[in-house]
Design a protein around this ligand. Structure first.
Ligand SMILES: NC(=O)c1ccc[n+]([C@@H]2O[C@H](COP(=O)([O-])OP(=O)(O)OC[C@H]3O[C@@H](n4cnc5c(N)ncnc54)[C@H](OP(=O)(O)O)[C@@H]3O)[C@@H](O)[C@H]2O)c1
Length: 321
């Protein structure tokens, strides 16, 4: 029988990363309060089918901009995983309202509720987009947790999602210091792997498009990848390890897009792959050494790709050849 671990809250429980985290927490014996914007929506039905969900998962209707709804979900919890944040899949006409406000105010609302309830630790899901966009970082130096995206640069280059995650993460760590709240942040890179939810999230859609639509032109950029199940493990480690502190970059593999398309072609030759790749500027490699020192391991990229493709095929999103 699983050991009882206490009650924790996961915001954005019905999303891609949130769902895998809830599944992992339930399997480890945690009781989970999951926040979703609409508990009655069919898109959250998969949560109730998870092992142990009937006994140990309670869903709460909460919006990041509604403090009292978050407080009600966090009440009675000893830990919180703040996963919810808008992840755009296309153009963002009004970035302040659509991205920046929910990311920053939403994070501060979660943290204030955590202070009020006196939770022991909060793990905030940030992103490598809060690390990468730093034009002053030395070109030949691996980017580690000391590297922060430059908010002014994000704004000037209209990288609104990068700005939302950078501002939310820096405010979270600052809030923790000022208010004696134990806040740890995790910055995942591009997350792939099987989907538990029935709707398609942005990072999965990126891979699906490469396999399905035959994207004509793709920038041959160096990208970093991590499996969604390894991301959930990283979040749990950041919560459970007493020595965890500050931020943790979460990346397993890096590859240029052309090499990723070639790898997929060798595994699944019958799909339409991008025909042309444009040159991309040199980009530095990211390091997850700090997370690995905490005890984090990850699976192979091949395994992630095989399980992703299987999941998209099972959902009827790509053909079965
Ligand atoms: N997937 C990646 O490649 C990746 C990489 C790095 C970091 N991340 C981070 O991981 C987290 C989860 O992302 P994901 O990939 O799992 O995307 P996702 O499936 O789109 O999940 C986002 C979640 O945020 C919730 N949300 C958005 N705005 C909200 C609001 N105003 N109030 C309450 N909930 C709100 C969504 O709820 P609804 O279902 O109600 O819309 C959804 O559950 C985000 O913080 C994201 O920045 C993701």
């Amino acid at each position: 029988m699983a050991e009882e671990k206490g009650r924790v809250c996961v915001t954005g429980a019905g999303g891609y990363v949130g769902s895998w985290l809830v599944k992992l927490l339930l399997s480890k014996g945690y009781e989970v309060h999951g926040t979703v914007r609409d508990p009655g929506d069919e898109k959250n039905a998969h949560l109730r089918k998870l092992d142990k969900a009937s006994e140990n998962l309670k869903l709460f209707k909460a919006d990041l901009l509604d403090y009292s709804s978050l407080l009600a979900a966090i009440e009675g919890c000893i830990g919180v995983f703040h996963v919810a944040s808008p992840v755009p899949s296309g153009a963002v006409p009004n970035p302040e309202v659509e991205l920046i406000e929910p990311a920053i105010t939403g994070t501060l609302n979660v943290l204030k509720a955590c202070s009020e309830i006196r939770v022991k630790r909060v793990v905030v899901v940030s992103s490598v987009t809060a690390v990468l966009l730093n034009p002053s970082w030395p070109r030949d130096k691996v980017k580690d947790e000391a590297c922060w995206s430059d908010k002014e640069y994000c704004r000037a280059t209209k990288n609104w999602y990068h700005l939302s995650k950078t501002a939310a993460e820096s405010e979270a760590l600052e809030y923790g210091k000022k208010n004696m709240l134990d806040v740890v942040t995790v910055c995942p890179c591009f997350v792939f792997g099987p989907m538990l939810q029935s709707t398609t999230n942005t990072s999965s859609l990126f891979l699906i498009k490469i396999l399905r639509d035959g994207v004509d032109v793709l920038e041959n950029r160096l990208r970093h990848f991590v499996d969604v199940r390894d991301t959930a493990e990283a979040l749990l480690l950041a919560y459970e390890k007493p020595e965890a502190e500050g931020r943790y970059i979460c990346t397993s593999h890096n590859m240029r897009m052309k090499d990723l398309a070639e790898k997929l072609r060798s595994m699944y030759p019958n799909h339409n792959y991008p025909k042309n790749f444009t040159d991309a500027k040199e980009e530095q490699v990211l390091s997850s050494e700090k997370l690995q020192k905490l005890g984090w391991n990850y699976r192979s990229l091949e395994q992630t790709l095989i399980d992703s493709v299987q999941s998209y095929q099972d959902a009827g999103l790509i053909s079965k050849d």
